[in-house]
Write a protein that binds this ligand. Structure first.
Ligand SMILES: [Zn+2]
Length: 292
């Protein structure tokens, strides 16, 4: 059975780019009779805001998206599912990676990283020093990512994310480690994400290989194109594209939203709900040039 997830972050209001990802994941899972998990990426407490957490649930309801596992309310997220409750598990994974011999400590400040490449790899600093990040020594061998549409893609971690961080200086586990751990623990076998996360997929596959987590390397990945505005900028909160909250609050109904998405996706059909979109074949979801 297909097991997939949508994984929003409560560090800002969701936007149309997020909506596209949720639509693709929901359609793929529902068309294949699979399981959908709502995983909220809230490990970074200082950047998580209650109003953004609330926005995730309101937006999913407004879009007509349902899910089978995970929190149904912000309260359930905080009490039962929050990644902040799983620090022990992320520490355990960090220890396993340390056991692989490929982890090193980095004492560089944010400013130093900005000014020059980190050279801590050869310094063998103690791993338990406070205010020290942990990095993984990436390999010069390219990582092969198998994508449902593009086939095998070769990614050089040395070019894309050389010696990436697995635990930050403030001891918060980094996205790559948390995402990998959660996907392994929930037996995820399909990950649909934007193509800006291709290098993250490669980084996570590399961590999985060090951990001997063979199930992760068998996951089906699909990296979908992002939506761009007329100026060629990625639609995101940083590019100033309207948040879904702003659309909702300006009175846009669910039907109007899906008609708008039909236009954005250059679909011949004008859909007024997600359920109507179930007629779109999975092969078409994989070939977004037909759908977009
Ligand atoms: Zn460093």
């Amino acid at each position: 059975m297909i097991r997939s997830r949508i994984a929003p972050t409560p560090s800002g209001y969701l936007h149309i780019g997020n909506a596209l990802n949720f639509i693709l994941v929901w359609l793929w899972v529902r068309k294949s009779g699979g399981m959908l998990w709502l995983r909220i990426d809230d490990r970074d407490t200082p950047r998580s805001r209650p109003e953004h957490m609330d926005d995730i649930f309101r937006t999913l309801e407004w879009m007509g998206i349902d899910w089978d596992e995970g929190p149904q309310t912000p309260d359930e997220e905080a009490r039962i599912y929050s990644q902040t409750l799983r620090s022990g598990r992320y520490d355990e994974m960090t220890q396993l990676l340390i056991g692989s011999g490929e982890v090193f400590a980095c004492a560089c400040s944010r400013r130093e990283i900005h000014e020059r490449a980190c050279a801590c790899r050869s310094m063998r600093l103690p791993l338990d020093r406070p205010d020290t990040a942990l990095r993984i020594a990436t390999s010069t061998d390219p990582i092969s990512v198998c994508d449902a549409k593009a086939g095998s893609i070769s990614v050089s971690l040395d070019n894309e994310m050389k010696d990436f961080v697995i635990r930050r200086r403030d001891a918060i586990p980094a996205y790559q480690l948390v995402s990998l751990t959660d996907d392994i623990d929930h037996d995820i076998n399909l990950i649909i994400r934007g193509d800006d996360l291709l290098s993250s997929t490669a980084g996570q596959l590399y961590l999985a290989s060090l951990l001997g987590a063979s199930a992760f390397s068998e996951i089906s990945f699909y990296h979908h194109p992002l939506l761009y505005n007329e100026q060629g900028h990625k639609l995101s909160k940083s590019s100033g594209s309207p948040s879904l909250k702003a659309l909702r609050e300006s009175g846009v109904t669910q039907a109007q939203f899906y008609m708008m998405m039909s236009d954005i996706l250059r679909s011949k059909e004008k859909y007024t709900s997600l359920r109507e979109m179930l007629e779109v074949e999975i092969e078409v979801l994989k070939q977004p040039s037909l759908f977009f």
